[in-house]
Design a protein around this ligand. Structure first.
Ligand code: SAH
Length: 417
């Protein structure tokens, strides 16, 4: 098709209801960024949440297709920049197939049988997250468009993945509220193969981060557990030999297990969640590490616990600091940075000379440069000369589309003092 013909076609009537942009607000879409904010919209059709729409620039060009979220600041999530491709189940299916193909080289039943299958925008599916734990896929449907397709998504995934026996939804109450949808929190079975063993679906044995892990697909944090640290757990575990380790915000123990397996002299692990620590105990047993005298776990608030350790003059050779998302939005980034600084400062004080701090932030609103600056200030205030010897990021099953830098949320530094 000639350029003129393409332009003519894209000025024609779309088969879909159309969202019209204000003048000048098409720029981000032209850069293939998949979000249309409410402030960019001049007119939108009156449709139920999640309906497919086309997006038209003020000069008449059709730019994209996506899902309408009438109640959300993110008014349209774009699935395709080809205006003739409607945002429907067959497009979602093709995108999931592409996402699975991208990850095929990473999958290895012996070493890596849990991974993120779909990472939202970066896999061309804004608001759709799918994590695979062996024979189970846990999804989060974070926008109205995917909620509208909810009943079809389970069967579609079973059809695509013959070795998957169940699909579970782990609703995110905050995301549903932002979409103006009724809040739900409880996990729900979306689809299962006939005769699937329901107990086996709930508690799945997998391998990742260098260890065997039991994942509670209905109640574990997020979609069951955190997969984004898998590679970093292996990297940190390889540094643990002969060291006294402190694992702060240990959750179900990915770093703790890796460090014990890596030959740590001792590991002290802290988290405020009782279920997370129960999961950690189960994971220790699964890896033949139950009753290992090197490992001590504590249920406590990390901010208070670090102060107690400081006051009792404890010290460590390797500290892992992996807090939850402290900044939900850019507006909260400043307050979050004070918390990151507090935590990092305490950890720098607890490090012995020659010690290592693996420090992380999973707040997308705190970018890598800001995080580095906060950690640098913390080291300075702790009176430590620290250097970064490694930069960490999220595991490669969490890709970042070049057009969507927001997809990069996990960053970390390995600092030596
Ligand atoms: N390091 C883990 C992931 C940590 S997620 C991994 O590699 O998989 C963040 C953890 O912080 C969660 O387990 C949560 O229970 C815990 N948490 C949240 N607030 C806390 C607090 N104030 N003190 C201690 N733990 C906390």
């Amino acid at each position: 098709m000639s350029a003129t013909a393409a332009t003519d076609a894209s000025r024609g009537k779309s088969a879909l209801p159309e969202v019209l942009l204000r003048p000048g607000r098409e720029k981000s879409l032209l850069r293939r960024h998949p979000w249309v904010f409410s402030g960019a919209v001049a007119a939108a059709p009156d449709l139920p949440p999640g309906e497919p729409v086309a997006v038209r620039a003020s000069d008449g060009r059709l730019l994209a297709t996506g899902f309408l979220s009438p109640a959300s600041q993110l008014r349209v999530r774009v699935l395709s920049f080809d205006e003739s491709t409607p945002a429907d189940l067959s497009l979602v299916r093709r995108r999931v197939e592409a996402a699975a193909a991208l990850r095929a080289p990473l999958w290895d039943a012996q070493r890596r049988s849990a991974m993120r299958l779909v990472h939202g925008e970066s896999d061309g599916l804004p608001g759709f997250v799918a994590d695979r734990y062996g024979p189970v896929i846990c999804v989060q449907l974070l926008c109205a468009g995917f909620q509208r397709l909810r009943d079809a998504i389970g069967p579609m995934l079973l059809d695509l993945f013959p070795d998957v026996s169940a699909v579970i939804e782990r609703p995110d109450a905050k995301a549903l509220a932002r979409e103006g949808l009724p809040p739900r929190q409880e996990a729900e079975l979306l689809a299962a193969r006939p005769g699937a063993d329901t107990a086996a679906i709930r508690r799945v044995l997998v391998n990742f981060g260098g260890s065997r892990r039991l994942v509670d697909t209905f109640c574990g944090q997020k979609t069951g557990t955190y997969l984004d640290q898998a590679e970093n757990q292996i990297a940190v575990g390889a540094l643990a030999s002969g060291r006294d380790v402190l694992d702060v915000f240990c959750c179900d123990g990915g770093f703790t297990l890796a460090c014990l397996r890596g030959g740590a002299k001792s590991v002290l692990s802290v988290d405020s969640s009782a279920p997370a620590l129960e999961a950690l105990a189960e994971n220790l047993a699964l890896n033949g590490l139950d009753g290992d005298a090197r490992c001590e776990t504590t249920r406590a608030d990390a901010f208070e616990f670090l102060r107690k350790l400081r006051d009792s003059r404890r010290s460590f050779d390797l500290i892992v600091l992996d807090p939850p998302k402290l900044a939900e939005t850019k507006v909260r980034a400043e307050k979050a940075c004070r918390a990151y600084k507090d935590l990092n400062l305490l950890c720098f004080k607890l490090l012995r000379p020659g010690g290592l701090l693996a420090t992380f932030s999973c707040s997308g609103a705190v970018d890598p440069a800001l995080f580095r600056a906060v950690v640098a200030e913390a080291a300075c205030d702790a009176g430590r000369d620290a250097k970064t010897i490694r930069f960490f990021s999220q595991s490669p099953d969490h890709p970042v589309a070049l057009s969507f830098p927001e997809g990069l949320y996990l960053k970390g530094l390995l600092c030596a003092v």
